[in-house]
Design a protein around this ligand. Structure first.
Ligand code: ADP
Ligand code: MG
Ligand code: MG
Length: 868
C-alpha cells in the first residue's frame, strides 16, 4: 500500500487523498512552477494512524525514509549534514481548507551538526543559530505542546543581559548560548534530550500534525463549517527555502484578485527578510504587494505572471503564499481564494466576460448561502452624510454592523444568545475567538492587516469587519476601548462600515441592498437557467415591494392576521370575536370587510399579474384579545359589556395547547362568516384590479386542514360567498382554492384532499412541528442539546428533515397528483429559502418555493444550480 507521494506524483484532483495543499503543490510542480520539492503523506495514513493507537507504524516509517532519500538526491543535500544539510517544513493539509487550524513546523532537520552546515552554506552563522533556536521553540510548541513562554523567557533574559531590546541585536554567540539554554529547557520539561536525529524529529512532527486533526480549534471549525470529522489531514514535507536571507529575500501572501471587492488586480502583502508566518502574525507591518515592483521588479513580474497562469489553470481566483530567496521566487501554496459574497459575484461575472467561465459555470460557482452576505444592509447614505467617523481602519469585509461593544468571545456569545447585537472589539483575533466572531454582528480589531485572522475569517463568514484600526486602543483587561480620546465600555454602541473601514459611535441607520449592476447581471443568468418559481412570504405592501426588488415572482403566503392587528381595526376584530350572536359579529365583519379589501387591492396592484396566495385567518382568536386590566375595561365599555363578562369570554377562549387548538380552518367551521368575509374581500379586490386592467387570478388558501370533509365544508362556504359576489357584480373571474398541507394526516390523505383543491402549499413549519411532536415555540430551549450531542445533525426547523417530513411531502405530492393531475404545488414554510431544502424540493417536483424577501435570491440560485 502506498501512503506517500512525491510532489510530481499527484495532481489537483487528488485532494481527498493528498489534502488541498498537497494536491495543489503537486499540480503546481507539474505545471513547471517553481515549488520547493517534497512529498505528501496521505489522509489514508492519517486514518490508519488513528486506528493504530495514534502511532506511526514501521512500514510507513520505511516509506517515508525512502522519500527522504529521494528528496536528498533531488536537492543534493542530506539530513544532518555539516556541509549542506537538508531542511524541511512539515505542513498539514486537509482535503478542505481549514485556515490557521493546524500548525506548521519550519526548519526541521536542524541539529548540532546541521546548524554548522547551514552556517557554512549560507556563510552566515548568526542566521544559522537564529534558525536553530526558532526551530527548537516551534518544534517544542507544535510537536510536544511545550508552552512558548518557557523559551521566550530565556530570550528576554538574554536581551536584558546584553542590554539590548531587539532580537536582531543579538549576535551569533548570543544565539549559540540561547540554543544551549533552549535545549536545557526542553530537557527539563520533556525529560529527554531535544531530538538530534532528523528522522526522529520528522516522525514526531508528522505524529503531531495527525494528532492536531483533533485539537479543539479544528473540531470547532469543522462543526461550524459542516466538515466531515472522518476525512483526516495529509502531511506535506517540503524542502525549506529562506525568506530571511537578507534584503533580496522575503515572504508574502497574495490573491490574484481583490478578495473584498473582486477587482482584477493583485492584492496582498509581503515582508522582506522574513520567514514563515511573519506576515500573517502581524509582528511587523507588511508592505503592499504592488510596492514589490519597485524593489524587485523582475520578481514582481514573475509573480504577476505566475498568478495569471494559475488563474487560467484553475479558472478561479487564487490565494497564494510565496517566498523569495535571494531574488529567486518560490510558490509555497495556492488555493481558490476565500472572498466576500460581493467579490465572489464580481469575479464570476468578470470571468464570464473574460471568457474564462461560461454563464452556467458562473452560476454554479457561487454558494447560495454566501449570497446572504450581499443581501445584508449597509449604512444609509443619509446617515453617512450626517455622522462623522471617529476612527478608521481597513475595509476588511463589507457590510455594516451596529451593536454593543463586546470585548471577549465569551461575552459576545453570551449577549448574542440574549438577542443583543454585539460588535466584537479586540486588539486582534485568534482562532480562539471563532465562536465570538460567529455570534457578533461585526468585528473590529486594532491590529492586523487585510490578511489578518480577523479579516480572513470574517470574509469567510460574510460578516462585516474593520481590521487594523490603529487609532483605537483596546484594553481587554479593563474592558474599555479608547477612540479619539474618549473611553467606551460594553454599554456603548458602535457602528462600523466594512466597506470603507469607518467607525462611528452610536447606532447609525442602515439600508437594504438592491439588485443592480454586476449582481443584477448574475441574477439574470440565474433566472435564465432556472425553472422552479420563487415566490415570497409577504403580508404587507411594504414587504411585497421589497420582495419585488429582490426578484420575487409572486406571493406564496400572505398572512391576513397581521392586517387584523392594525390599530384602527383591532377594535372591530375584538368586537367580532366577543360578539354574542351572529348579528353583532356580522356588524363588525362588515366594518372589517372594506379594510381587508383595500389591503388586498394594494398588494394586487403592486404585484401586477403575478400570483398572490392569500391565507385565511389562521391563529387562535384569543391572540387578538387584550391582556391588561385597563385594556379590558375600555373594551368592555366600548362594547357595552360587563368587565366580568369580557373576562369570562377571554378565559373561555384560552387553551392549554393552542398549537393544536382552535385555529386555522377550525375557525371557519365554527364561524363561516369570517371565512366568507375574507373570501369576499379577496374576490372584490381582484375584480377591482380587473377593472384597472390587471387580470389577477386570486389564490385563496385554507390553512391547517386535516380531513377532506372539514376542508370541503369551509371550501363550500367560501365558494357560496364568491358565487354571491359574482351574481351581485354580474360577472365572474377565475380564482383558485387550495389548502395548506401542514398536518401529517393531510399529507397522508392527500388523495382525498387533492380531489377538491387546486393547489397544495406545504406549511413545513407546522408540518415539522407536528411530525416531530416538537413545539416550535419551546424547542429552542433544548434543541441545542440535540445538536451538541449529535442526535440531530441540523435544526429541523431550519433545514427540512428529508427522511421524515420529506417523506410526508413526497407522499402528499404523489397522492395529490394522482387525484388531481393539475394540482399546483408549493412550499411556504421557513425552509423555502434554505438552499439544500430548495434543491431537494425541486427534485420532489414542486412548482415553486416561497420564502422571506431577503432569501429570494438565495432560493433562486439554489433552484438554478439544481436545474443546471
Ligand atoms: P497554513 O496552512 O497555516 O498557512 P502553511 O503550511 O501554509 O500553514 O505554512 C505557513 C507558512 O510557513 C507558509 O506560508 C510559508 O511562509 C512558511 N513555509 C511553509 N513551508 C515552507 C518552506 N518549505 N519553506 C519556506 N517557508 C515555508
Ligand atoms: Mg498556508
Ligand atoms: Mg401553519
Amino acid at each position: 500500500e502506498k501512503y506517500v507521494y512525491n510532489f510530481n506524483e499527484g495532481d489537483k484532483d487528488m485532494r481527498s487523498l493528498l489534502g488541498g495543499k498537497g494536491a495543489n503543490l503537486a499540480e503546481m510542480t507539474n505545471m513547471g512552477i517553481n515549488v520547493p520539492y517534497g512529498f505528501t503523506v496521505t489522509t489514508e495514513a492519517c486514518a490508519r494512524f488513528y486506528k493504530e493507537d495514534q502511532k506511526i507504524w514501521e512500514d510507513l516509517k520505511k516509506e517515508i525514509t525512502n522519500h527522504i532519500k529521494d528528496l536528498e538526491e533531488h536537492n543534493g543535500k542530506t539530513f544532518g549534514s555539516t556541509e549542506d544539510p537538508l531542511l524541511v517544513s512539515v505542513r498539514s493539509g486537509a482535503p478542505i481548507s481549514m485556515p490557521g487550524m493546524m500548525d506548521t513546523i519550519l526548519n526541521l532537520g536542524l541539529n548540532d551538526d546541521a546548524v554548522i552546515g547551514l552556517s557554512k552554506k549560507t556563510n552566515n552563522e548568526r542566521f544559522a543559530y537564529d534558525s536553530y533556536r526558532r526551530f527548537i521553540q516551534m518544534f517544542a510548541d507544535v510537536a510536544m505542546g511545550i508552552n512558548k513562554n518557557n523559551f521566550e523567557k530565556v530570550l528576554s533574559a538574554k536581551k536584558v543581559e546584553k542590554g539590548v531590546t531587539e532580537d536582531t541585536e543579538l549576535d551569533a554567540n548570543d544565539l549559540k548560548d540561547v540554543v544551549e539554554k533552549y535545549k536545557k529547557v526542553y530537557k527539563d520539561i520533556e525529560g529527554e534530550d531535544f531530538p538530534q536525529e532528523p528522522r526522529e524529529q520528522l516522525d514526531k512532527a508528522i505524529t503531531a500534525v495527525f494528532a492536531s486533526w483533533n485539537n479543539e480549534r479544528a473540531i470547532l471549525y469543522r462543526r461550524l463549517n459542516d466538515i466531515d470529522d472522518s476525512m483526516g489531514t495529509a502531511v506535506n514535507v517540503q524542502s525549506m527555502v529562506f525568506g530571511n536571507m537578507g534584503e533580496t529575500s522575503g515572504t508574502g501572501v497574495a490573491f490574484s484578485r481583490n478578495p473584498a471587492t473582486g477587482e482584477n488586480k493583485l492584492f496582498g502583502e509581503y515582508l522582506m527578510n522574513a520567514q514563515g508566518e511573519d506576515v500573517v502574525a502581524g509582528v511587523r507591518t507588511p508592505k503592499e504587494i504592488a510596492t514589490l515592483k519597485d524593489s524587485l521588479p523582475e520578481v514582481f513580474d514573475q509573480f504577476h505572471d505566475t498568478a495569471e497562469k494559475l488563474e487560467q489553470h484553475y479558472k478561479d481566483m487564487q490565494d497564494m503564499e510565496f517566498t523569495i530567496q535571494e531574488g529567486q521566487l518560490y510558490l509555497l501554496q495556492t488555493r481558490n481564494g476565500k472572498r466576500t459574497a460581493h467579490a465572489a459575484v464580481k469575479v464570476a461575472v468578470d470571468m464570464v466576460h473574460e471568457g474564462l467561465l461560461n454563464e452556467k459555470e458562473a452560476v454554479l460557482r457561487i454558494d447560495p448561502k454566501d449570497l446572504d452576505g450581499l443581501l445584508h444592509p449597509t449604512l444609509s447614505q443619509k446617515s453617512i452624510k450626517e455622522n462623522k467617523p471617529v476612527a478608521k481602519g481597513l475595509a476588511a469585509s463589507p457590510g455594516a454592523a451596529v451593536g454593543y461593544i463586546a470585548f471577549t468571545a465569551k461575552e459576545a456569545k453570551k449577549r448574542a444568545a440574549k438577542g443583543i447585537n454585539v460588535i466584537l472589539v479586540r486588539e486582534e483575533t485568534s482562532p480562539e475567538d471563532l465562536e465570538g466572531m460567529v455570534s457578533a454582528v461585526g468585528i473590529l480589531t486594532a491590529r492586523g492587516g487585510m490578511t489578518s485572522h480577523a479579516a480572513v475569517v470574517a470574509r469567510g463568514m460574510g460578516k462585516c469587519c474593520v481590521s487594523g484600526a490603529h487609532e483605537i486602543y483596546v484594553n481587554e483587561d479593563e474592558r474599555f476601548v479608547r477612540i479619539d480620546g474618549k473611553k467606551y465600555s460594553d454599554q456603548d454602541v458602535l457602528s462600523i462600515d466594512g466597506s470603507t473601514g469607518n467607525i462611528y459611535v452610536g447606532a447609525l441607520e442602515t439600508e437594504n441592498p438592491k439588485l443592480e449592476g454586476t449582481f443584477g447581471e448574475f441574477m439574470s443568468w440565474v433566472d435564465k437557467y432556472r425553472d422552479m418559481k420563487v415566490r415570497t412570504n409577504a403580508d404587507t405592501p411594504h414587504d411585497a415591494k421589497q420582495a419585488l426588488e429582490f426578484g420575487a415572482e409572486g406571493i406564496g403566503l400572505c398572512r391576513t392576521e397581521h392586517m387584523f392587528f392594525k390599530a384602527d381595526r383591532i377594535f372591530q376584530v375584538r368586537k367580532m370575536i366577543l360578539a354574542h350572536n351572529f348579528e353583532t359579529r356580522k356588524e363588525a365583519l362588515d366594518k372589517i370587510l372594506p379594510m381587508q379589501e383595500d389591503d388586498f387591492y394594494q398588494i394586487y396592484s403592486l404585484m401586477g399579474e403575478r400570483p398572490v396566495t392569500v391565507r385565511l385567518l389562521d391563529p387562535p382568536l384569543h391572540e387578538f384579545l387584550p391582556r391588561g386590566q385597563e385594556e379590558i375595561r375600555t373594551l368592555a365599555e366600548d362594547l357595552n359589556m360587563e368587565i366580568s363578562e369580557v373576562k369570562k369570554r377571554i378565559l373561555d377562549l384560552e387553551e392549554v395547547n393552542p398549537m393544536l387548538g382552535f385555529r386555522g380552518l377550525r375557525l371557519g367551521v365554527r364561524y363561516p362568516e369570517i371565512s366568507k368575509m375574507q373570501a369576499r374581500a379577496i374576490i372584490q379586490a381582484a375584480m377591482h384590479c380587473h377593472e384597472d386592467g390587471i387580470n389577477v387570478v386570486p389564490e385563496i388558501m385554507i390553512p391547517l386542514s386535516s380531513d377532506v370533509k372539514e376542508l370541503a365544508y369551509v371550501k363550500n362556504q367560501v365558494r357560496e360567498e364568491i358565487e354571491k359576489v359574482f351574481e351581485e357584480k354580474g360577472k365572474k373571474i377565475d380564482y383558485l382554492l387550495g389548502t395548506m398541507i401542514e398536518i401529517p394526516r393531510a399529507a397522508i390523505t392527500a388523495d382525498q384532499i387533492g380531489e377538491i383543491t387546486d393547489f397544495f402549499s406545504f406549511g413545513t413549519n407546522d408540518l415539522t412541528q407536528m411530525t416531530f411532536g416538537l413545539s416550535r415555540d419551546d424547542a429552542g430551549k433544548f434543541l441545542d442539546l440535540y445538536l451538541d450531542k449529535d442526535i440531530f445533525a441540523k435544526d429541523p426547523f431550519q433545514v427540512l428533515d428529508q427522511k421524515g417530513v420529506g417523506f410526508l411531502v413526497e407522499t402528499a405530492v404523489e397522492r395529490g397528483k394522482k387525484a388531481n393531475p393539475n394540482l399546483h404545488l408549493g412550499i411556504c414554510g421557513e425552509h423555502g429559502g434554505e438552499p439544500t431544502t430548495v434543491k431537494y424540493l425541486y427534485n420532489v417536483g414542486l412548482d415553486y418555493v416561497s420564502c422571506s424577501p431577503f432569501r429570494v435570491p438565495i432560493a433562486k440560485l439554489a433552484a438554478a444550480q439544481e436545474a443546471i
